[in-house]
Design a protein around this ligand. Structure first.
Ligand SMILES: NC(=O)c1ccc[n+]([C@@H]2O[C@H](COP(=O)([O-])OP(=O)(O)OC[C@H]3O[C@@H](n4cnc5c(N)ncnc54)[C@H](OP(=O)(O)O)[C@@H]3O)[C@@H](O)[C@H]2O)c1
Length: 272
């Protein structure tokens, strides 16, 4: 039976790995979102149709949904993957940068889903959230908050809608993808220029660069998403990686206690 998928963020990391796994099954047809044409493969398989989408530009989001709706009247699974990281100390951060973070990681996914709603009856919506959604990472609070908000908004959609949608939040820990290097590059100015936080920001930056290599292989998340897609009754949330499971446990404890653990952990690791 042919299944129709829509995926954003399909030109790198987790999205690309999921797209490749889906496309390997010729019964699947996939609409795949890109923002940078130079990242498209030279040879595009018959069962992939790429569409342009920039998560910071409402017009392209609406246009992308229109493009898909012209070609199909049903989506089996929508996989919202596109995302980036805004970092920096909350005391100093420019609130326009906070807004951009929510535009890319939260609002764009809501807007895209809203525009596809007419062809999402009984569909699964798999959101690539993050362990950051549990909220315990200093200096990347914009990212944490955007992922938490994503989870809250989409959970509301599951509670409210009459379409039998199944909403699933996948919360990976550290995965070895280009996002880490990209995040250091995009936030470099904000990770270096604050004297009060010099040591901490240096740690955050170096840690991010290490994560590019020490994270779980991207295939693990892709396999989990494929497995979730096959489930008749998936759970509403999945963590992947010991770090994500630990973050989930921490989130159940009193905040004051959690903050002590995090501050201690950071101090200890900064000395290593
Ligand atoms: N890697 C991790 O450790 C980790 C952990 C937890 C959650 N996640 C989440 O997993 C998702 C995928 O991240 P990844 O690690 O695979 O990173 P990645 O390799 O950088 O992939 C991110 C994807 O999102 C796209 N994207 C970013 N900003 C966009 C915009 N404004 N408009 C359209 N597309 C945009 C990127 O396009 P380009 O290819 O053009 O750059 C890319 O395809 C993200 O939502 C991220 O928050 C990652």
């Amino acid at each position: 039976m042919q299944k129709t998928y829509v995926i954003t963020g399909s030109t790198s990391g987790i999205g690309k790995a999921v797209l490749n796994k889906l496309a390997a099954n010729s019964d699947n047809f996939i609409f795949a979102g890109y923002r940078n044409e130079s990242k498209l493969p030279d040879v595009i398989p018959d069962n992939i149709k790429y569409f342009y989408i920039d998560m910071t530009d409402r017009k392209t989001i609406v246009k992308a949904a229109e493009f898909i709706k012209l070609q199909t009247n049903h989506i089996d699974t929508l996989i919202n993957v596109a995302g980036n990281v805004v970092a920096g100390p909350i005391e100093k951060i420019d609130t326009d940068r906070l807004r951009t973070q929510f535009d890319v990681n939260t609002f764009s996914h809501i807007e895209f889903t809203q525009n596809l709603m007419g062809i999402l009856d009984e569909a699964k919506i798999i959101n690539v959230s993050s362990m950051a959604s549990f909220g315990n990472f200093p200096f990347v609070s914009p990212y944490c908050a955007s992922k938490r908000a994503l989870d809250i908004f989409f959970n509301a959609l599951e509670l409210e809608n009459h379409k039998k949608l199944k909403i699933i939040s996948v919360k990976p820990g550290v995965i070895a993808t280009p996002i880490w290097e990209k995040s250091v590059e995009a936030n470099l100015e904000y990770l270096t220029n604050y004297n009060d936080y010099e040591k901490e920001l240096e740690f955050v930056k170096n840690n991010a660069l290490k994560n590019t290599k020490k994270g779980l292989p991207v295939s693990k998340v892709a396999d989990l998403i494929i497995k979730i897609d096959k489930k008749k009754n998936p759970k509403s949330s999945y963590t992947i990686g010991n770090d994500a499971k630990f973050s989930q446990i921490l989130s159940l404890l009193p905040q004051k206690f959690v903050n002590k653990i995090i501050k201690f952990g950071m101090k200890y690791r900064m000395k290593l």
